[in-house]
Design a protein around this ligand. Sequence first.
Ligand code: URA
Length: 255
Amino acid sequence: MTTANLRALLEWQIELGATEAIGDAPVNRFEVPAAAPKPAVRVAGAAPPPPVTESDPIADARAMAEGATSLEELQMALAAYPHCELAKGARNLVFADGQPEARLMLIGEAPGRDEDIAGKPFVGRAGQLLDIMFREIGLDRASPDPDRAFYITNVLPWRPPQNRDPKPEEIAMMLPFVERHIALAKPELLVLIGNHACQALLGRKGITRLRGTWAEAQGRPALPMLHPAYLLRNPAAKREAWADMLELQARLRTL
Ligand code: URA
């Protein structure tokens, strides 16, 4: 095996979705005695997680989300939420990035590989395109000025394996946290990035029809936009995306 062959094999495994190198010797999981369940991890200051009941993950999510009185507490509540299987396969909880005081809050779908590694939303190729688009209308997530900044999160805070689409039950579990996130950040305007954010917050899909027309989510004006990952695959759609950015800029100027 040459170094180039070995590297190509590794890259192929990463393409297939392998995220960890585990060991040389295979482990027969059928022969390993089942481990005793681990006690739940407690985060200092976080509300104690409710007992894990198979019954109602959504009710538990709502209780935990509503118990959070700040963004920090909400992040801790998410970290302690026991029902979402995605948390087990993810490297990091991806909570949010940017300026929480900003007038504008963006909501995407779910972290990808780069976001899972960095623990921040929209830092991969799609995120870089998104930053360029927003910079073109004078907005920068890192700006200390709330009028020139934005705050950004996702419907799901953990990466789905192999970047598969979120399942409806995962969106339903995470929705109380997203709604609380919006209530605590108090943005004046929302941007919903792609179909899954529209499905979660507007109850509607069909982003190519929804994009560019203001709707209402959580009592706030919400503009659906094409996902930058879609724009990377369909550069011709950047024309429509640009029209939507100008619409957003015009709306921000009226505030
Ligand atoms: N796509 C998303 O919807 N969110 C991210 O954080 C990255 C890519």
